[in-house]
Design a protein around this ligand. Structure first.
Ligand SMILES: Nc1ncnc2c1ncn2[C@@H]1O[C@H](COP(=O)(O)OP(=O)(O)OP(=O)(O)O)[C@@H](O)[C@H]1O
Length: 358
């Protein structure tokens, strides 16, 4: 059975410093919410408070709408997986996973039989009799996940559980999380500083910065409609183009772009994802593409593996009355034949823009 988890105006002081400030967040039952933030932003403290390992200075934690403040950690129905697997070194793999059931008074035979099912789920059925010291890091983390699931928690808290694994292993773990969600439907809170991990795994992302939630929403919203510059940067957005908003349009070196409703007139930054921009080759050096795309000069082409990041120095269109110049980042798939010095047009796919306060 899965439960919802709510933080209601949670604050936490350590001495004079406020590490969490008035955090309110609801994680619906069966959903996966990622808490994304830099080191020191308060993510682990929030998880510790949810699990009952720490208590808020003010505010409360609710499980299925019921205040959990008076419920000790072991009775909250919440399991935690940490970055380090923390297996019992003197117990076999199966007895590590059987441990929560044994603590709950289940017989050894029954607890082992249940543990084997969870080991199968994490694809380690054949490793039951090994000792933890005979496992790889990825296998140890799978066992630790199986042990957390064997406690049959209503809520599963994952505190950077994959951050010490290599990229192929993390992809396997992401698949495993999907499988666990499909089979057991637990409510999951994932703490991570990795925006890719948050984006791949989560239904919604809550961005935590200096103890405050800056924005909580579905993954695409966080990328394409960030509430602030800070959210845009934390989600890896590279372009914040200064300009002016008036009458529902933003004007900058990228031209005149329709923006979201309700934006007050005045200085504003056009936030445009590097993945949402296209480049138009302009081999004759003019603007003969026929398109009204702003033009610029490529200043850098950087390989990012299967993608390239191209930096373009874009100048205001002649006759626009502006002399502004901006460096714009564009991420392109494949290996486009572009070099520093090439003249290109820059076009905004979809044509709709999003602005934040300057
Ligand atoms: N017991 C404590 N006493 C004093 N300060 C603490 C305590 N626990 C955490 N802090 C401080 O609270 C802040 C937030 O810590 P927390 O571990 O929650 O951050 P985090 O976002 O999880 O960081 P990381 O990604 O590095 O684990 C940090 O500045 C940390 O030094």
């Amino acid at each position: 059975m899965s439960s919802s988890l709510t933080f209601d105006r949670v604050s936490r002081m350590f001495g004079q410093s406020e590490v969490l400030s008035d955090v309110s967040l609801t994680v619906p039952a069966r959903s996966l919410v990622a808490l994304l933030g830099a080191s020191g932003s308060g993510k682990s403290t929030l998880l510790r408070i949810a699990s009952g390992l720490d208590a808020p200075s003010s505010g409360s934690v609710l499980v299925d709408g019921q205040d959990a403040s008076a419920v000790p950690a072991e009775n909250r129905g919440i399991a935690v997986v940490f970055q380090k697997p923390l297996l019992f070194p003197h117990l076999t793999v199966v007895d590590n996973v059987a441990f929560p059931a044994r603590m709950a008074g289940v017989t050894r035979r029954e607890a082992r039989s249940q543990a084997l099912e969870f080991l199968d789920l994490v694809q380690l059925g054949g490793f039951a009799r090994r000792m933890p010291g005979q496992l790889s890091g990825g296998q140890e983390q799978r066992v630790s996940l199986a042990r957390a699931l064997a406690a049959q928690p209503r809520i599963l808290l994952l505190d950077e559980p994959f951050s010490s694994l290599d990229s192929r292993l993390t992809d396997d773990m992401y698949e495993l999380v999907g499988k666990i969600r499909a089979e057991l439907e637990p409510t999951i809170v994932l703490v991570t500083h990795d925006r890719r991990e948050a984006s791949v795994l989560a239904d919604t992302i809550a961005v935590l910065d200096e103890g405050t939630i800056l924005q909580h929403g579905p993954v695409p919203e966080l990328h394409y409609q960030p509430a602030t510059r800070a959210v845009n940067r934390i989600l890896g957005g590279l372009n914040e183009v200064p300009g002016h908003a008036a009458g529902g349009f933003h004007t900058s070196v990228l031209g005149r772009v329709r923006v979201q409703p309700g934006v007050p007139d005045g200085p504003a930054l056009l936030v445009v994802r590097q993945e949402a921009l296209r480049l138009i080759r302009n081999d004759d050096g003019g603007t003969s593409s026929g398109d009204e795309a702003p033009t610029g000069v490529v200043t850098e082409v950087k390989s990012m593996g299967a993608h390239v990041l191209v930096r373009v120095r874009v100048e205001s269109a002649p006759g626009s009355g502006s002399t502004a110049v901006e460096s714009i980042a564009v991420e392109l798939a494949g290996a486009p034949a572009l070099r520093a010095g090439d003249r290109v047009g820059v076009s905004l796919a979809g044509g709709q823009g999003w602005v934040v306060r300057a």
